[in-house]
Design a protein around this ligand. Structure first.
Ligand SMILES: NC(=O)c1ccc[n+]([C@@H]2O[C@H](COP(=O)([O-])OP(=O)(O)OC[C@H]3O[C@@H](n4cnc5c(N)ncnc54)[C@H](OP(=O)(O)O)[C@@H]3O)[C@@H](O)[C@H]2O)c1
Length: 308
């Protein structure tokens, strides 16, 4: 599709799991799209290298590009990594978000900030868009602080909260969902592969999030009132063990060595039990129904199943 120069989008974190899909979706929808990367910029020659923690460089870049939409995907998103490097996380997830929001405001760009279901404690699902956040780990706190930073400097910024993501991955360990497939590919090792059958998750394909973002951006440019917090999520409620059951069935791989653990995990950062997101605001806008987990994971894992 030919690009439309009045529809210019800038995507941060475009070398990441979600950002790659977001860039692809905006390009497919005819937007003039610029994706940013940082440490992986050399591996993605179509992306522009930029450090979000360098405010002077970011300001110049945004002023030069003058996007009318910015989708802010970049973040440190591993709860355990956040626990290990709180200062760096604060700089990336909060301070750079605040600065990016100011830059967006300066050029009048519509800002979409990607946030997480981990802003909730997971004790009283489902969570509506106006439910009060109460994060239980440092990652959730940093993302909530990022939401607040964005809206405090730029009240027109939109927050999109999403649950655990999967999609086309560079390696299985890139997503908390696809990494589970490694246990099936490994097969029996003599030791049982223990898989959590406790926390309830709503794995969501990145292409579904990308479609919702294109919709929000398009409606905003058409003059619709798009403000505040939105949620978007897959519909299947699954524990990690149940995700593996799907994978086993789809690819005909035995899982006799995989053992369900129904107890509350005690290691690593605390995680919400069930942070189901109510998505009524985006449903009312006509966002396309997310794909089923079985369909989505089948296409994502097929290349890895073939290699095995
Ligand atoms: N993945 C999930 O399950 C999940 C669930 C809920 C919400 N989210 C949210 O969704 C968003 C996207 O997550 P993701 O899974 O796509 O993350 P990801 O795959 O880890 O990608 C992170 C991105 O941030 C970029 N980045 C890191 N430091 C940077 C810096 N200093 N300057 C510029 N860019 C920098 C990385 O670029 P380089 O790699 O090139 O350095 C990469 O493109 C995040 O806001 C996350 O909080 C994710």
């Amino acid at each position: 599709m030919a690009t439309n120069s009045s529809k210019r989008v800038l995507i941060t974190g475009a070398s990441g799991l979600l950002g790659r899909a977001v860039l692809e979706a905006f390009i497919a929808a005819g937007w003039h799209s610029t994706g940013l990367a940082f440490s992986r910029a050399d591996r993605h020659p179509n992306l522009v290298k930029a450090d979000l923690c360098d405010p002077v460089a970011m300001e110049k870049l945004i002023d030069d590009l003058k996007p009318n939409v910015i989708v802010h995907c970049a973040a440190e998103r591993s709860p355990d990594a956040v626990d290990q490097k709180p200062a760096e996380t604060f700089q990336l997830n909060v301070q750079s978000t605040q600065h990016l929001s100011q830059c967006a405001k300066n050029v009048g760009a519509f800002l979409l900030y990607i946030s997480t279901d981990y802003v909730f404690d997971g004790n009283a699902p489902p969570y509506t868009e106006d439910a009060t956040p109460h994060p239980i780990n440092k990652y959730g706190e940093s993302k909530l602080a990022g939401e607040e930073a964005a809206v405090s400097v730029y009240p027109d910024a939109v927050i999109l909260r999403v649950p655990v993501l999967y999609g086309p991955v560079e390696k299985l360990s890139e997503s908390a969902v696809t990494v589970l497939f490694e246990k099936l590919l490994e097969g029996p090792t003599g030791k049982p592969a223990v898989m959590s059958h406790y926390e309830r998750r709503y794995p969501t394909h990145v292409a579904d999030i990308a479609k919702a973002l294109v919709l929000l951006a398009t409606l905003k440019l058409q003059g619709e009132e798009i403000r505040g917090v939105y949620h978007w999520s897959g519909k299947d409620c699954l524990t990690k063990y149940e995700m593996v059951q799907h994978m086993s069935k789809i690819f005909g791989l035995p899982m006799d060595h995989v053992v369900a653990d129904a107890t509350k995990p005690t290691s690593g950062a605390a995680r919400p039990y069930d942070a189901a997101l109510s998505c009524s605001r985006l449903e009312k806008l006509g966002a396309p129904t997310p794909m089923s987990f079985a369909d989505g994971i089948s296409s994502v894992l097929s290349p890895f199943a073939r290699k095995a």
